[in-house]
Ligand binder design. Structure first.
Ligand code: UD1
Ligand code: CA
Length: 510
């Protein structure tokens, strides 16, 4: 058994992997470069607004930075500046407009005033969203401990194409970053790449940046060129290799976006599995970043859990189901191919298969909604059942009520919506139509096939259909009459017999 001391150590170690603990860097400003268009994506949407793993690239980058607790976080915006600013406005980020976009170095020049007198400047591209807070923390402490002018986050990768390469002066220091387009054939073999994530000492950065010239085919001022200038001056320039090269993946193309999305999804699934959730065929399951789950919940293949969905413990979400902003208590079974949107299930419920639970639905404890049932703004009381083929909209059901197959609440007259109120222990016979506004009192019955337009008082029977008339012998008589009227004509049976014999004759003649 673990002693209290050992337990504390475990807790501490577990915390190290998380992106949540704040570490103040009040002498640092973080700059996120997000002004570019992202031409290679071929999209009308600015690159950093594209989603991966359930969030925009930009939001993921900002979220990785927040726990560093810097003096401020700046976003350099240009393309679709308003939309990019709006996407992160709740995260306390200040925007600086770069217009036109003359390169990553130019973006820093534009940010200089907003950066003010900060001692450290941490730079990140807005299109590399997988970076972890822990990696950024390590980068900053390497920079501080090494008293460096610049520290680059690098990565060793198998396919470095498209990235700037790190040219090392010695094992511990960097001479330059060479952009992919400017590599010599020997340099093309280098597999340590520039992530575009750096930590600069501000007093060294500004003079170096002032010396950078737009000497490249795009006539842009590259931030990467400031590295060679610093190194040439003899300033210490370090490169720290990211522990996982996947963390620095940039999204320049749709294929990059798909790869990054897959990594985010895998991380999220692993997080839930670590928290005690069983996921079958995990690679087929899509889970949003804000989704949570209790222990011993089972998620079957091809399930999507989106938005702010929260699952309780011991739930089963069966194959093909999609949950968006759904809150489930403990022990809920969601049968295959069920959709639940913006709804609450208190616990012990069964829904589906093929159910559609639309916004504003609330299934109280033990309530059941079965196959081919649609609910919308509906309260299904404790232990109540809507087992098959129904539409229950703008309705409130009490407890232990049973709704027969095919029951429909007519909530809409083409202009307005009206409520249906059904009490406790009510029995609605199959194929009933409840024309709202209407109330069915506690303990009442509605006869199958009724069209209910008036309230049914408690314990009453609502019967709203024609009484059945049965005419003995009617069908037999009808058949005799039909036979008589066909007298003289060939009966259908005889006709087909004639056809058949003709066909046989033909085959014999062959
Ligand atoms: C950049 C680096 C490259 C590195 C790679 C890592 C440069 C010159 N090259 O290349 O060494 O390996 O990232 O992913 O820096 N941006 C602005 N303003 C501008 C230009 C760009 O804000 O004027 C932003 C973009 O929106 C983007 C980021 O800077 O978020 C990086 O620009 P991008 O064009 O993607 O650079 P890469 O070619 O990927
Ligand atoms: Ca990029």
């Amino acid at each position: 058994m673990a002693t209290p001391v050992a337990l504390r150590a475990i807790v501490k170690r577990a915390g190290r992997g998380e992106n949540t603990r704040a570490m103040p860097n009040k002498d640092a400003v973080i700059v996120i470069l997000a002004a570019g268009k992202g031409t290679r994506l071929k999209s009308s949407l600015a690159k950093v607004l594209h989603p991966a793993g359930g969030r925009s690239l930009m939001e993921s980058v900002v979220r990785a930075c927040l726990p560093l607790a810097p003096k401020k976080i700046l976003a350099i915006v240009g393309h679709q500046a308003e939309q990019v600013t709006a996407a992160i406005k709740l995260l306390d980020v200040e925007s600086v407009l770069q217009q036109p976009q003359n390169g990553t170095g130019h973006a820093m020049v534009v940010a200089k005033r907003a950066i003010g007198n900060a001692k450290l400047v941490v730079v990140l591209p807005g299109d590399a969203p997988l970076v972890r807070t822990e990696t950024l923390k390590a980068l900053i402490s390497t920079h501080r401990n090494g008293k460096a002018a610049a520290t680059i986050l690098s990565a060793v990768v198998t396919d470095p194409s498209g990235y700037g390469r790190i040219l090392r002066k010695s094992e511990n220091s960097v001479a330059a970053i060479v952009e992919d387009s400017q590599l010599t054939p020997e340099q093309r073999e280098l597999n340590e790449i520039n992530s575009s994530i750096y930590c600069f000492s501000a007093d060294k950065l500004w003079p170096a940046l002032a010396q950078v010239k737009p000497e490249n085919k795009h006539r842009e001022i590259y931030l990467t060129d400031a590295i060679a200038i610093l190194a040439a001056k003899g300033e210490p320039v370090l490169a720290q290799i990211a522990p996982d090269p996947r963390e620095v993946l940039g999204c320049n193309t749709r294929a990059d976006l798909a790869e990054v999305d897959a990594i985010f999804r895998e991380r999220k699934r692993n997080e839930l599995m670590t928290a005690g959730v069983t996921i079958q065929l995990p690679e087929t399951v899509l889970i949003g970043p804000d989704v949570t789950s209790g222990e011993d919940t089972v998620i079957e293949p091809c399930v999507q859990l989106l938005g702010k969905t929260r699952l309780g413990a011991n739930c089963t979400i069966r194959t093909g189901s999609v949950l968006h902003d759904a809150v489930l208590g403990d022990g809920v079974t969601v049968e295959p191919h069920t959709m639940i949107f913006e709804s609450h299930l208190d616990g012990g419920n069964t829904v589906g298969p093929f159910a559609r639970i639309r916004p504003g639905s609330h299934l109280k404890k033990g309530a059941r909604v079965g196959n081919f049932v649609e609910t919308k703004k509906a309260v299904i009381g404790e232990g109540s059942k809507v087992p098959h083929l129904s539409y229950i909209g703008d309705a409130k059901l009490g407890s232990h009520t049973n709704i027969g197959a095919g029951t429909i609440t007519c909530n809409y007259d083409g202009v307005n919506k009206f409520p249906t109120i059904i009490g406790n222990r009510v029995f609605i016979g199959s194929d009933s139509v409840l024309v709202a506004p209407v109330k069915i009192g506690d303990g009442a019955y509605v006869a199958a096939g009724s069209t209910i337009t008036e309230n049914v008082p408690p314990n009453a029977l609502g019967l709203a259909r024609n009484r059945q008339t049965t005419k003995p012998g009617w069908a037999a008589k009808k058949r005799r009459e039909m036979a008589a009227s066909n007298h003289g004509k060939k009966s259908p049976k005889k006709r087909s017999a004639v056809k058949k014999s003709r066909r046989r004759g033909k085959s014999r003649r062959k």
